[in-house]
Ligand binder design. Structure first.
Ligand SMILES: NC(=O)c1ccc[n+]([C@@H]2O[C@H](COP(=O)([O-])OP(=O)(O)OC[C@H]3O[C@@H](n4cnc5c(N)ncnc54)[C@H](O)[C@@H]3O)[C@@H](O)[C@H]2O)c1
Length: 284
């Protein structure tokens, strides 16, 4: 897709961080923008900001972990704008900690937020785009954590590897049927966003039970401190919108914004091919 003016972009998780940057870039390119999020206050902020930009936009309060909310988002988009041209399946969360310590609620929370959400977005929006039969694009925000692993946050790696596998396979299927829908999977390293504070915006059904001793544990506290450190020292967000839109223009599937991870991706692939065991000493 090369022309954006007048077309319609839907962004999940558009009230903060990367989704917000994508919504801003879409508005800059004179797209009509649908900004979906579970963060009511964030959506209010976006309302005033986008009004100030004179953008044609709509905010939608929704929860990407609910399939019916994804359907509602699509319906609202079609009711208002009659079409959808770009879907940014972007909303996501992070959970730190060892799998054998995590409350099951945290595992459910991250799988539903990072993986079901993407599947729901594809399930709802692909038939609409197919019916339109126009040039469309879908960007799934994964992470470089979908291409490598480290000891830090196994459930995050699980969801992001799942995201990339899902994106690749769906992209093959769309190619096979000669679809006009193009896809990309966005795999950034750390970016300065509000991701480390995602617990503040948990859906009610995944709310933290502060009585659970896990949340008083050193592992939980260390996880929060580590996550805050890596997110707040990530790259500034300024270039993100431009990089992703350039990739859409170039019909580029893998979008990698952090070249420092390329040798690590290469090393992981080589280890797999050589059947070499993962060695934790690499990270020390
Ligand atoms: N920041 C990074 O370093 C980084 C790196 C790689 C990938 N990512 C990915 O980028 C995406 C965006 O994250 P971010 O860093 O901008 O974080 P962020 O917390 O700043 O923004 C995420 C947005 O998603 C929304 N959201 C969360 N759960 C939701 C739900 N159930 N329903 C609707 N909206 C929901 C939040 O309210 C928030 O506005 C995520 O998928 C994340 O995994 C981030």
């Amino acid at each position: 897709m090369k022309e954006f003016k007048g077309k319609v972009a839907v962004v999940t998780g558009g009230a903060n961080g990367i989704g917000h940057a994508l919504a801003q870039e879409a508005a800059k390119r004179e797209m009509k923008v649908v900004i979906a999020d579970i963060d009511k206050e964030g959506l209010d902020r976006v309302e005033s900001e986008f009004k100030g930009l004179n953008a044609d936009f709509m905010t939608v309060y929704m929860d990407v972990t609910e399939y019916s909310d994804m359907e509602m988002l699509a319906k609202k988009t079609i009711d208002k704008y009659g079409q959808v041209d770009i879907l940014f399946n972007n909303a996501g969360v992070s959970v730190m900690g060892a799998i054998w310590e995590l409350p099951i609620n945290d595992i459910d929370y991250i799988i539903h937020s990072n993986l079901y959400s993407v599947a729901y977005g594809l399930r709802v929006f692909i038939p609409i785009m197919e019916k339109q039969n126009t040039d469309c694009h879908i960007v799934n925000t994964a992470s470089v954590a979908g291409l490598i692993t480290s000891p830090g946050a196994p459930t995050y790696f699980m969801t992001k590897h799942g995201n990339i596998g899902l994106s690749e396979a769906v992209n093959y299927q769309l190619q096979e049927k000669g679809s006009k829908i193009k896809m990309s999977v966005f795999c950034p390293g750390f970016v300065q966003t509000d991701l480390h504070n995602c617990d503040k915006r948990r859906p009610e059904k995944f709310k933290i039970d502060w009585e659970d001793p896990y949340y008083q544990s050193e592992s939980y506290k260390e996880g929060y401190i580590k996550n805050t450190h890596v997110i707040t020292t990530g790259i500034p967000i300024d270039s993100i919108g431009m990089s992703v839109f350039q990739a859409i223009e170039d019909e580029q599937f893998y979008i990698l914004t952090h070249p420092q991870y390329l040798p690590i991706i290469g090393m992981r692939v080589k280890n797999v091919l050589d059947m070499k065991n993962p060695d934790v000493n690499f990270f020390k």
